[in-house]
Design a protein around this ligand. Structure first.
Ligand SMILES: Nc1ncnc2c1ncn2[C@@H]1O[C@H](COP(=O)(O)OP(=O)(O)OP(=O)(O)O)[C@@H](O)[C@H]1O
Ligand SMILES: [Ca+2]
Length: 951
């Protein structure tokens, strides 16, 4: 949440000021993650005219601060509880008394531990209390849970737990009532002035002309003002409903939980105390809990503590806080606190709404609007002065031709009336000049596009709970209206995207992996599960590697039946293949004990494990990207089970084999191992033990097929036709990447010849920043990339002036998704972290949906441009006519009431009419708008003046 220091932000701002036209540049805010102080400054610029009204639809900085404060308070509260506990504990120690399980007063007959103690336990980060209840296993006994099998999935059981310990939900803060919005709408400066003017006009009018005739002027102004307030308040109210529903949907995360010995999917809201939840990289910790076991588990606690520090969790620091993110490793936790008994729950219960985001188009629109407002204000000032001068010098006439004001003759009261009515006109000019309709137009346009997009079945946001049937019911149409607006802002950005960086696995391919080729002991297996000729000791070593060196798992149902495989798609493919070659998962795992695990991650591209196989020996198994693992192998097994040193011939042969598999678009994984004496293992400091990675013996290699998604080729072609370049950024090896790129049309035959088009992450990483910028444009495929390489590419492209869209599913894509102008994550295969970093969630995981977003984004952009042109024309026309008339004849052609009506109709009806134009195919033949093109193009100005002239 930390914003970059102002020193960084200021120069950028200054630079923008110089490079762009003077008007819009001040409002040129990066679409995402803009530094807070810059946003604040921009608000100050716009404060001139109605900040409250201007920012109805954008990021609320005050609420941002509120959240920060709240978090601090809750934190402090937690610390106090903890301090009290420590204090109490120390006191009790002195009395030689300590907690033990049986001493807890039980809240119910069933559980010998009560809620209060549990809450204290969760707050106790030194885990003293945990030790006293006998560690995590003691605690699970108290909670009547089982560390391996979890709680039973019986509904009654779950209900009972919910009754006693609470549910994992929190009360929503009460929604602001519509009156609150009415009140807020009333605070609009221009409206207040108008109301004052109306009040004066009403009272003076009635005083001079009698109640019956005198109410007319003031009354109609009042009426028009109320109408404006009504429209504003209702649209704001709807907006807030949108936020709320969006939020609820966003928080309804699907998690995995172990119940009755099986991994099942559940909503985060359904978790109960006692549940055992597996955690893996990219997950959000769904409730407070205690670590059962884990490997390299690292948690980002910044969302709770405010410090961006990664905390490692192990048996010494086993407390897990709800709402934090898993950034590395995996493990499982026992849930001990849910809902409002957690810090996260308290925080969420006290936050009213989620914080909106600054949408670039709206910011630019606000820029345009402010500009017009300022012009309007000055014009109104001029008109006011001119009319007053004319009036008081006796140059203005009444409708009947008599002079309106004759010094000395006209009564003070009447003179004042005249002055006030002129003032009202001036104020009205301001009201008309400020195009309040712009934000409204955006809202309507986005809402309309959203609804249409749903018909297109394109995407967006967490729509899982909604079936088609209720989708079309009117209530839910409103719901759709609500979902999008916040996020669709990114859809509007998508319309101007010039390039899409897509990851391969899961986006361009189906992410359904199966092992189709295998290579063991120097021979290719045919078919890939035929291990008949393989020496049994080699096969059992391989199986040991597969079963122990995995983040996945195999569950054999008690009632027999087919085994279920869980884990990432790659892991699942390998485990399934393991089962095919005769692995018995539980048996193999019970034969050796795991000493240390280095889980797979995208930076190292390999994962390792050390298992103790006897009193004297330890096996270290590695599994990972084939050519990388092969490079650290010094020997290999032959068919008869004997070990041979790796000659360069053999190396080349194996390398060729990898290339062959890759070229037929397979993902290659190699297995290797080495032995090590138990005495060499640093037993006390296992956590810091760096497993030996060199001098390995190759066990085998597999090629995993992940077919291309149908329709991707066409979608890529559509993108190129629309001038949007698709690039592939993948963690896979060059040949595999190339093969898939050909398959889905990202590469074509004539590209392949060029060198720079295909690059390895490592090469790109090592370039200088300027060199990267040069080459970025040409890169079509980037292979073997680490998460940071993806980020570097996005940054380089952005600096080159591209509007970059990134699609991704994994935690390794998160930095790039966050940095991109628009991040699209995958709804089905995406991790929580990826989704959180993205702007749009593609629910069906389909690349073709991305193209639909582009199409709608362009349509939104085009419609809004049209609307601006319309508004500008009318506004400028109204202003010019008024000024000319005021200066030449001393009267304005339209009086205050009429002007207000024009304004109102213009704002709402105009917005409606132009917002509902559907996208045309033509849109996809144009070139993208890009970053620098002004919202109001020269052609638009030309049109504007032509039209003005005609009038
Ligand atoms: N669970 C795993 N264990 C061992 N190696 C793996 C595992 N998963 C992937 N690999 C290897 O690491 C390589 C890259 O993985 P990485 O996570 O960086 O990319 P990815 O996200 O799967 O692909 P993409 O970037 O295209 O989506 C793969 O090519 C494969 O060889
Ligand atoms: Ca991926």
């Amino acid at each position: 949440m930390a914003s970059p220091p102002p020193e960084v932000a200021v120069p950028v701002d200054e630079e923008d000021r110089e490079t762009e036209g003077e008007d819009i540049c001040a409002f040129d805010i990066p679409g995402k993650n803009a530094p807070r102080d810059r946003l604040r400054r921009w608000r100050q610029i716009a404060l001139v005219l109605n900040a409250s009204r201007r920012f109805r639809y954008t990021l609320d900085l005050a609420r941002d601060e509120e959240r920060e404060n709240l978090r601090r308070i809750i934190r402090a509260h937690a610390q106090v509880i903890r301090a009290v506990f420590l204090f109490k504990n120390a006191g009790q120690k002195a009395l030689q008394e300590s907690y033990d399980g049986t001493k807890f007063e039980s809240l119910s007959q069933r559980f010998p531990i009560d809620l209060e103690k549990l809450v204290m336990l969760n707050r106790d980060h030194e885990a003293i209390m945990l030790q006293e209840v006998g560690g995590v296993s003691g605690l699970s006994d108290l909670l009547k849970s089982n560390l391996d099998r979890g709680v039973s999935s019986n509904e009654d059981e779950l209900l009972q737990r919910r009754d006693i310990f609470g549910a994992n939900t929190y009360p929503r803060k009460k929604r602001k009532s519509i009156w609150r919005f009415v009140f807020e709408a009333c605070q609009d400066l221009t409206l207040v002035i108008l109301m004052v003017a109306a009040a004066i006009s009403l009272s003076l009018g009635m005083a001079t002309e009698g109640v019956k005739d005198g109410w007319y002027d003031g009354g109609s102004i009042f009426f028009a003002v109320f109408l404006v307030i009504f429209v504003t308040a209702t649209s704001d109210y709807r907006q807030s409903l949108q936020f709320q529903h969006l939020n609820e949907e966003k928080q309804n995360i699907q998690v995995e939980v172990i119940r009755g010995g099986k991994r099942v999917g559940a909503s985060i809201f359904d978790l109960v105390v006692g549940d055992v939840v597996p955690l893996k990289i990219g997950d959000q910790v769904p409730a407070d809990g205690v670590l059962i076991s884990g490997h390299s588990l690292a948690i980002d606690e910044s969302s709770m503590t405010g410090e961006s520090k990664i905390v490692h969790k192990d048996q010494k620091a086993p407390m897990l806080m709800s709402g934090c993110k898993v950034v590395d490793g995996y493990g499982s936790m026992l849930v001990t606190g849910v809902g409002t008994n957690t810090e996260w729950g308290t925080l969420m219960a006290n936050l009213s709404e989620d914080i909106g985001e600054e949408t670039p188009l709206q910011v630019r629109l606000n820029g345009v609007a402010t500009l017009i407002g300022i012009v309007g204000l000055s014009v109104a000032g001029v008109v006011l002065v001119v009319l007053w001068i004319r009036y008081f010098t006796g140059h203005s006439n009444n409708p009947d031709g008599t002079t309106a004001f004759v010094a000395g003759t006209t009564g003070a009261k009447q003179g004042f009336m005249g002055a006030i009515s002129i003032f009202t006109v001036a104020v009205t000019i301001v009201v008309v000049a400020v195009p309040e309709g712009l934000p409204l137009a955006v809202t309507l346009t986005l809402a309309y596009s959203m609804r249409k997009m749903m018909r297109d079945k394109a995407l967006v946001m967490h729509t899982k709970r909604f079936t088609k049937k209720n989708l079309y019911s009117s209530i839910n149409l409103c719901f759709w209206f609500r979902i999008q607006v916040r996020r669709l802002s990114s859809c509007e950005t998508m319309g101007s995207a010039t390039t899409i960086c897509s990851d391969k696995t899961g986006t361009l391919t189906l992410n359904k992996m199966t092992v189709v080729e295998a290579y063991l002991s120097g021979t290719k297996l045919n078919p890939c599960d035929n291990t008949g000729m393989i020496f049994s000791s080699v096969a059992s070593l391989l199986v040991e590697g597969i079963a122990q060196n995995t983040a996945g798992a195999v569950f054999s149902p008690e009632d027999g039946g087919a085994a279920e495989v869980a884990g990432s798609p790659t892991e699942k493919a390998i485990l399934s293949w393991g089962l095919e070659i005769g692995m018995n998962f539980t048996d193999v795992r019970s034969k050796s004990s795991v000493l240390r695990v280095l889980p797979f991650n995208s930076v190292k591209k390999r994962g390792g494990v050390a298992v103790q196989v006897s009193d004297a020996y330890v096996h270290i198994h590695w599994k990972g990207a084939a050519e990388l693992v092969l490079a650290s192998c010094k020997s290999w097994f032959s068919v008869d089970g004997s070990v041979h040193p790796m000659s360069s011939d053999k190396y080349n042969e194996l390398k060729r084999f990898i290339d062959d598999m890759s070229m037929s678009s397979l993902r290659c994984i190699a297995f290797a191992y080495c032995t090590c004496e138990l005495s060499m293992v640093p037993r006390e400091d296992l956590d810091k033990w760096q497993l030996p990675e060199e001098n390995l013996t190759l066990l085998g290699m597999v090629g995993i097929k992940d077919p291309c998604r149908p329709g991707v080729r066409d979608a890529v072609q559509l993108c190129s036709a629309a001038g949007v370049k698709v690039r592939m950024v993948t963690g896979d090896n060059v040949e595999t990447a190339k093969a898939i790129a050909f398959e889905c049309g990202i590469l074509n035959a004539k590209d392949a010849a060029s060198e720079t088009i295909i690059i390895e992450g490592k090469v790109f990483r090592e370039m200088s920043e300027t060199a990267r910028e040069e080459v970025a444009d040409k890169i079509t495929v980037m292979a073997r990339s680490s998460p940071n390489d993806k980020l570097l590419l996005v940054q380089a492209l952005k600096r080159k002036g591209h509007v970059v869209a990134v699609t991704g599913d994994g935690t390794n894509d998160a930095p790039a998704l966050h940095e991109a102008d628009i991040g699209l994550s995958m709804g089905i295969s995406g991790t929580e972290v990826a989704k959180e970093s993205s702007d749009i969630i593609i629910l069906d995981d389909d690349f073709t949906s991305v193209v639909k977003v582009v199409r709608w984004g362009r349509s939104v952009y085009a419609n809004i441009q049209k609307f601006i042109q319309f508004q500008l024309t009318v506004n400028v026309a109204a202003l010019v006519i008024n000024v000319v008339a005021a200066v030449s004849s001393g009267a304005v052609p339209l009086n205050a009431v009429e002007l207000l009506w024009v304004n109102l109709i213009m704002d709402t009806l105009g917005a409606l009419a132009l917002a509902t134009e559907p996208p045309t195919d033509n849109l996809m033949k144009r070139h993208p708008v890009g970053r620098r093109e002004p919202l109001v193009t020269n052609i638009m100005w030309r049109n504007l003046f032509i039209q003005l002239f005609i009038r």
